[in-house]
Design a protein. Structure first.
Length: 234
């Protein structure tokens, strides 16, 4: 009984930043070593809401929380569907990434598939918001690069984080994205060039980066692109 309770506690803790499939795999194996600090190439996604600052000043706190819950529920469904790792959820900003703690062969394409699916689902959600008089939408930035990954925090409260320039880059691109836009870096596009349709957006001068950054707006996934398959956790 004690062992079962300990496993349940570990599972609940891991589910805070891992998809259910990954959390259950770690608990069943009894090996949490992958949560220790390490370097890994990741496909990083940052998503936030457009019009949020104005919205916060215009509605009651209860309605604010209702909208956040709807947004987060949409993100949560995609985390489970695409086996994404949750970096953090802070109000209207959400960070997700792929290829850590479990490596996947299609991290870049998986990230873009999640982004395109999110855009489709957000179109339905923003339409409902508009009927309630709310002018909200989303923007996303994605980047591919190496990060230092691992569990951070203290005994009573911890998260799983990916720290590095790739994290900041995805966040800065999200800041530049227009409503409904998904901006990706040239490095990420090079990984999936034959699989996606994009529009070149030129170069952006981003805070914290000395050189201009070339970015592409993702228009969609090409029909011949291979389907993203669930992770094998056995």
């Amino acid at each position: 009984m004690r062992t079962q309770l300990e496993q349940l506690e570990r599972l609940q803790r891991l589910r805070r930043f891992l998809s259910p499939q990954l959390a259950e795999a770690i608990v069943s194996s009894g090996d949490e070593s992958i949560l220790r600090s390490h370097r890994r190439q990741v496909a990083m996604i940052f998503v936030d809401l457009r019009g949020w600052t104005t919205f916060v000043d215009a509605v009651e706190p209860e309605e604010l929380m209702r909208v956040l819950r709807e947004f987060h529920d949409t993100i949560g469904g995609l985390v489970r569907r695409f086996d994404a790792t949750v970096g953090f959820i802070e109000g209207d900003g959400v960070q997700l990434f792929f290829n850590d703690p479990i490596e996947v062969p299609d991290a870049a394409l998986r990230a873009i598939r999640l982004g395109c699916t999110l855009r489709h689902e957000m179109a339905e959600l923003t339409a409902r918001w508009q009927k309630r008089g709310y002018d909200l939408d989303f923007g996303a930035g994605m980047a591919l690069g190496y990060a230092t990954c691992g569990e951070v925090g203290f005994e009573e409260r911890s998260d799983y984080a990916a720290v590095g320039a790739v994290t900041n880059l995805a966040s800065r691109l999200a800041d530049e994205a227009a409503a409904g836009q998904i901006l990706i870096t040239q490095r990420l596009y090079a990984e999936v060039g034959d699989e996606v349709e994009v529009q070149p957006m030129g170069e952006f001068r981003l805070k914290g980066f000395q050189r201009p950054v070339a970015a592409f707006d993702v228009l969609g996934i090409r029909e011949h692109a291979s389907e993203t398959r669930p992770l094998q956790t056995s």
